[in-house]
Design a protein around this ligand. Structure first.
Ligand SMILES: CC(C)(COP(=O)(O)OP(=O)(O)OC[C@H]1O[C@@H](n2cnc3c(N)ncnc32)[C@H](O)[C@@H]1OP(=O)(O)O)[C@@H](O)C(=O)NCCC(=O)NCCS
Length: 172
């Protein structure tokens, strides 16, 4: 099945997931180092992730996209926008999310993706505000958020873990 492209950057394509991506996504989501601050997912759980992603596409018109590294045409992660409605912490916002396979860390790729996702959220979706929810110990992710222009707002507790809320408001 041919998947449509949502975003293109210098080094990346962010395209809609298709079911055929399950194996590659599962190999990233099963890596304990990649998932240190997130819940690890095996192949079956990755199928459930994909089902949820497809529902997001239908319901909101956006969601998490497959990150394709143009130089080698490999699926190297997932990134995009997630609608978050968490009454327990009084939060209703669209989140910028990103996750890459270890081999591709440290090259500025997450920052490149997140900047383009931020612009898409403001310019295409029309969001007035975007956030990121980041484990308080996840320094690499916090650095990406800061480089993309988000600032630290507050610490909350989600599933008994400390999580930092980073946010940015549209300048338009
Ligand atoms: C977070 C993640 C997406 C960053 O990807 P990346 O492509 O390596 O990010 P970038 O290269 O754009 O930037 C990472 C920054 O963090 C820094 N960094 C990386 N690991 C770090 C660490 N352990 N401690 C401190 N800084 C760290 C890098 O030096 C870089 O900052 P710099 O540009 O100032 O040098 C990647 O590590 C990842 O996929 N982690 C697992 C999934 C995850 O935690 N996702 C976020 C969920 S909120």
């Amino acid at each position: 099945m041919k998947a449509s492209i949502a975003i293109e950057t210098q080094r990346l394509l962010l395209r809609h997931f298709v079911l055929e991506d399950a194996e590659q996504l599962a190999s990233v989501q099963a890596d304990p180092i990649v998932m240190k601050y997130l819940r690890r997912r095996n192949y079956q759980e990755t199928l459930a992730t994909l089902d949820w992603i497809f529902k997001c596409y239908d319901k909101y018109g956006y969601g998490l996209w497959a990150v394709i590294h143009k130089a080698d045409n490999k699926l190297i992660g997932r990134a995009g926008l997630i609608w978050q409605n968490l009454p327990a912490i009084n939060l209703k916002d669209v989140e910028i999310a990103y996750l890459l396979a270890q081999d591709y860390w440290g090259q500025g790729l997450a920052t490149e993706a997140a900047m383009a996702i931020r612009d898409y959220g403001f310019e295409v979706i029309g969001c007035k505000r975007l956030i990121s929810l980041i484990d308080s110990n996840n320094i690499a992710s916090q650095k990406v958020a800061l480089k993309v222009g988000l600032t630290y707002e507050r610490e909350v507790t989600i599933e008994e873990k400390p999580v930092d809320v980073y946010g940015i408001v549209s300048s338009c």
